[in-house]
Design a protein around this ligand. Sequence first.
Ligand SMILES: Nc1ncnc2c1ncn2[C@@H]1O[C@H](COP(=O)(O)OP(=O)(O)OP(=O)(O)O)[C@@H](O)[C@H]1O
Ligand SMILES: [Mg+2]
Length: 266
Amino acid sequence: MSLEIKNLEQIFETGTSNETKVLKGINLKLDDGDFVVIIGGNGAGKSTLLNSIAGSLPVTRGQIKINGQDVTYQGVAKRARHIARVFQDPKAGTAPLLTVEENLALALSRGQWRNFWQPGVKSRQKKFFKEKLAQLNLGLENRLSAEIGLLSGGQRQAITLLMATLKTPELLLLDEHTAALDPKTSATVMDLTEKLVTQQQLTTLMITHNMQDAIDYGNRLIMLDRGKIAVDISGDEKKHLTIPQLLALFKNASGQELNDDAVLLS
Ligand SMILES: Nc1ncnc2c1ncn2[C@@H]1O[C@H](COP(=O)(O)OP(=O)(O)OP(=O)(O)O)[C@@H](O)[C@H]1O
Ligand SMILES: [Mg+2]
């Protein structure tokens, strides 16, 4: 699926003394199957960009097209049929009191408003879920009837990803989906992300503060700096980058060091 963003602007609290221009004319075109990684300092506008694409934030100016169709003013619910999202908080993507299989059944019924989800999971579905969970290599195929709230953050985030892609979305939006996990679990969830994205050829936008992941994953890397795209690289140029080169690229384009908690801490 293709995504086209033209001159996107987001201004908060227009006309007040707190007016802030958070996105200042973003132009971005993604082709089918592109896996684009977004990095940038705190407050650069990364989440605002993803929220605009998902429709959870009304657009101030500009245009967003999905598969050639103008969705700029389309509601979030309608867009959710095509767009799957995963956030930083493992608790955000799953229903804690429902079991693993009930959560998966919910994900499977996404967008089927005529067929409201009913409690109870059919045995045919159970087999399907078991197969899918086994692919995660976390032993979760034996925990179909466990309450999701009892699982670890990494296990939940892996299931959230599985749920997001169970019905192939046209666009996958990941907003720091590994940031709350320890390094080892984060690596597991990143491997899983790559596997799912590649298997289903998903068009994907992923925000991360992990510079090594930004280099290792995806076919294109975008740096946002104070509401503008400062760097946009792809292919071999991206693949062969080192972290110091990446930070230098940012400094060159923006005139200042990348102001990013994760980089400061590393
Ligand atoms: N609904 C809103 N109303 C007012 N200001 C907002 C709103 N949403 C975001 N902002 C502001 O817009 C700026 C960009 O926020 P955004 O969340 O997009 O940054 P980010 O690049 O995702 O940063 P981080 O890396 O810290 O997650 C921030 O200054 C934030 O305070
Ligand atoms: Mg953010």
